[in-house]
Design a protein around this ligand. Structure first.
Ligand SMILES: Nc1ncnc2c1ncn2[C@@H]1O[C@H](COP(=O)(O)OP(=O)(O)OP(=O)(O)O)[C@@H](O)[C@H]1O
Length: 584
């Protein structure tokens, strides 16, 4: 089941916009001033042209015409220079805001509780961090200057029209009803539609991401048909949302187009009458028509940017929504500021469900004294990994308690939790960086000797010595490929270097062959001595040396004791063990 990440509401969006404007007010003001000046200078052009026409009709010298033509050229060049400088500032401001929003987004995403990210699906987060940040960047970079330019142009052109001829300027009024009514019809319908488009494309991204990530499993289980059907389904939803958007646009845009040409017709009609009645010169009529025609462009820009603003608004809602999820280290539970009351692991009546209607752990009780080794065994789906996630502090029990002493594990500050408890699962990610960085990721630094010792302990030293650049070989995507079994060994070496007091091993050596796995587990039992180790095991030989063995079935611990005690009890563990013995 996916639990979507939230959308921020309108108030949060407005607060963000206001705060951003305040923080960057100087840059913003300079940019707007330059755009305003460029627009003002641009308005002088039609005046000069109108003047030129009137002068030619009434008769003038070639020198005067040349002067007016030169003035027209100067106006064009000045406008171009001012506009260029304004655009440069807009781009710089956009870059600043883009960097800030990306950094803040990634910062928040990294602090999200792992359980929340898993429940929402990584694709949603990915699309918020990429597509939505890009959309917001585009809007920030262009909307403010374009809308301001359009508004100033409309206002000043309107003023210039009125000054030139108030009578002819009245022709503009015929555009108002159509513009206002069609826009009032369009906007309330398009915002939810744009939100739906963003959401459905994020679903497409999630689904594609899942298919690529799980390509091997899909091929092995022959699930390609089902995955294709699922992808087609989410693509279908995205296309339906896009189609609805096109439909709304095809109804709105023609109304706007019509509202731009209607005033020209009206001005020509009034102008024809005014010319015959002697109220207006031909040059005046041409100037006002040119102004009316020049207004259609800024109006068009203004409406297109209204549309773009809605996309930016939705993108911002999605980005700010990520911040509304309490970070892993500031949840509602009170934090203990680092002090732990003992290191004994105490689990009391812990219950947990991934979905409301299906409890997976039904009241687990367990005590693991600090430094002891507990092995959990049981059939697939019994809840072993889920219990491991609770112990590692990734998920919080719905009720009951999972604690070190009297400190709930999920109440520990995230930094401390990462330092003290490490969960190692079957699948280990190799980061695209050097082997050295891969090993020191959790702690930041380790000496050459420490690195060599850790690699030796997990049986990787020979492999590393054969790498082209040893510890400085770049691994992962785009670098040296690391087989899954080697990645497990690397992850174990990383744990040794991180030095946590509790380690949860969830089938952490399952990809190694039997001989390597036995050897490594023997080495690990010495290396991890003194630490609390919770090992979820599919190979029962690991249970022989454990202090305690817990057998889980159907979300409960059904047997608990040492290997010898459980064999003597002749229950489910003894049966499982006998079957395993026969197999090897
Ligand atoms: N992310 C999840 N969302 C919903 N249900 C889940 C999720 N992960 C596990 N489950 C369900 O919880 C139950 C316990 O799963 P869990 O993985 O903890 O069992 P397990 O004993 O570790 O099994 P295995 O040995 O196969 O890994 C199963 O029914 C499983 O389908």
């Amino acid at each position: 089941m996916t639990t979507k990440l939230p959308l921020a509401d309108g108030t949060a969006v407005r607060r963000w916009v206001w705060r951003t404007l305040l923080v960057h007010r100087r840059r913003f003001a300079a940019m707007m001033l330059l755009f305003g000046l460029a627009t003002l200078v641009g308005l002088i052009g039609p005046q000069v042209l109108g003047n030129l026409v009137d002068s030619v009709i009434t008769g003038t010298t070639t020198g005067h015409v040349d002067l007016l033509a030169a003035a027209f050229l100067v106006v064009l060049v000045t406008q171009a220079l001012l506009a260029r400088s304004a655009r440069l500032r807009a781009t710089m401001l956009g870059e600043h805001l883009l960097a800030e929003s990306r950094e803040s987004m990634v910062g928040h995403a990294l602090r999200l509780p792992l359980g929340t990210v898993e429940a929402a699906g990584t694709g949603d987060l990915l699309s918020r961090a990429t597509t939505d940040v890009d959309r917001l960047d585009y809007t920030i970079r262009n909307a403010a200057p374009e809308i301001t330019t359009a508004l100033i142009t409309i206002l000043l052109t309107g003023a210039a029209m009125i000054v030139t001829s108030p009578l002819l300027a009245c022709g503009m009024l015929v555009a108002v009803p159509l513009m206002v009514l069609s826009t009032r019809w369009y906007l309330p319908r398009s915002l939810p539609n744009i939100q739906q488009i963003a959401e459905s494309w994020s679903e497409v991204q999630s689904s594609t991401h899942e298919s690529v990530e799980g390509a091997r499993t899909i091929a092995a289980l022959r699930l390609a048909g089902r995955r294709t059907a699922r992808n087609e389904q989410v693509l279908g939803r995205a296309l339906d949302a896009e189609k609805r958007h096109r439909f709304l646009l095809t109804a709105w845009l023609p109304c706007l187009e019509l509202s731009y040409v209607l005033p020209i017709g009206a001005i020509l009609l009034i102008g024809g009458w005014a010319y015959q009645s002697g109220f207006a010169e031909l040059g005046t009529i041409i100037t006002v028509v040119l102004y009316a025609q020049a207004m259609s462009n800024p109006f068009d820009e203004l409406f297109m940017w209204l549309e773009e603003l809605q996309t930016g608004h939705t993108a911002l809602q999605r980005i700010l929504g990520v911040r509304e999820v309490p970070a892993a280290d500031d949840g509602d539970a009170p934090r203990r500021n680092g002090e732990t009351t003992g290191r004994d692991l105490l689990i009391r009546d812990a219950r947990f469900s991934y979905r409301q209607d299906r409890e997976v752990l039904h009241g687990v009780d367990l005590t693991v004294p600090a430094g002891q080794r507990l092995v959990i065994v049981g059939p697939s789906g019994a809840g072993k990994s889920t219990l491991g996630r609770l112990i590692a502090g990734i998920s919080r029990p719905d009720s009951g308690s999972v604690a070190f002493g009297s400190t709930e594990i999920t109440e520990l500050p995230a930094e401390q939790l990462r330092r003290e408890v490490v969960l190692l699962t079957q699948e280990q990610h190799v980061f695209a960086c050097t082997l050295r960085d891969n090993l020191t990721l959790p702690d930041g630094e380790a000496s050459e000797d420490q690195l060599t010792d850790a690699l030796k302990s997990v049986g990787l030293l020979e492999w590393v010595e054969a790498l082209p650049d040893g510890l400085d070989t770049v691994l992962g995507a785009g670098g040296h490929a690391v087989p899954a079994a080697r990645a497990q060994q690397l992850a174990l070496a990383r744990v040794l270097l991180a030095d946590p007091h509790t380690v949860v091993l969830d089938e952490a050596t399952s990809l190694l062959d039997n001989a390597t796995s036995r050897e490594l587990e023997r080495a690990l039992s010495t290396l991890l001595a003194g630490r609390t180790v919770i090992a979820i095991a599919h190979r029962l030989h690991t249970a022989r040396n454990a202090d305690q063995v817990a057998v889980m079935a159907d979300g409960r611990i059904v047997e608990l004791g040492s290997h010898a005690e459980l064999l003597a009890a002749d229950g489910s563990y003894a049966r499982l063990y006998r079957v395993a013995q026969r197999r090897f």
